[in-house]
Design a protein around this ligand. Sequence first.
Ligand code: 5RP
Length: 237
Amino acid sequence: MAEHAPPPPSSGPAAGEAAADAQKEMAAVAAAGLLSDGMSVGLGTGTTVSHLLPAIAARGLSGLRCVASSPGSEELARSVGLPVVDLEAVQGSLDITIDGADQIAPDGWLIKGGGAAHTREKVIAAAARRFVVIASAAKPVTALSPPVPLEILPFAGAYVLAALSPTRLREGPPSPDGNLIGDYLGPVDDPVQLAARLSGTPGVVEHGLFAPDLVSDILIGTAEGVVHRRGARPAAS
Ligand code: 5RP
């Protein structure tokens, strides 16, 4: 007897998840369309980026050099045939970085780090001439809310938890660089002040607040198509 796949659900949580996944894929495909031959490309981490990597491979571009922000992204990139190199191989400078986000505020602040890779992600965002955020329609928010991910030096764990209470350590693997991952659970009403406080706490390697001036473009997949928001970062010359 022939086997048939069940029809896709038309309502309920599974349908919502499938719709969000389709929106992530739309944004990812649009971002892959920004690449051209010979570019150095920073690759973020997460489910949205997992749509990006095959979309880049499908472009069939030549001479790409990709720098991955996590072992997972590196493995997936290699599995679809994308060449992955170290940041040193591109002299610390990238043409473009593309990555997902957990929350996108109206003024362009992002929260990232749901996948524990925000330190490397911030490095490749800053190292790129253009930083493009890709997301489903669920990611734009009216106001940022906790948690804000933290990467913490293991030696400093107890101090950081006390200094930044309420903060909780995540269970699970350490960061790609062997550090602790935690989440700051206090208010995020003033991201400028909070980012300065988190950065100013010894032992915090990096936090997941990304300032608007890091972001060049935001591509949001929606039921109506991909919506493009320009970020506060000036266009690269
Ligand atoms: C990983 C990240 C991700 O970009 C963020 O968590 C969004 O993930 P997803 O695309 O799975 O929704 O910051 O550290």
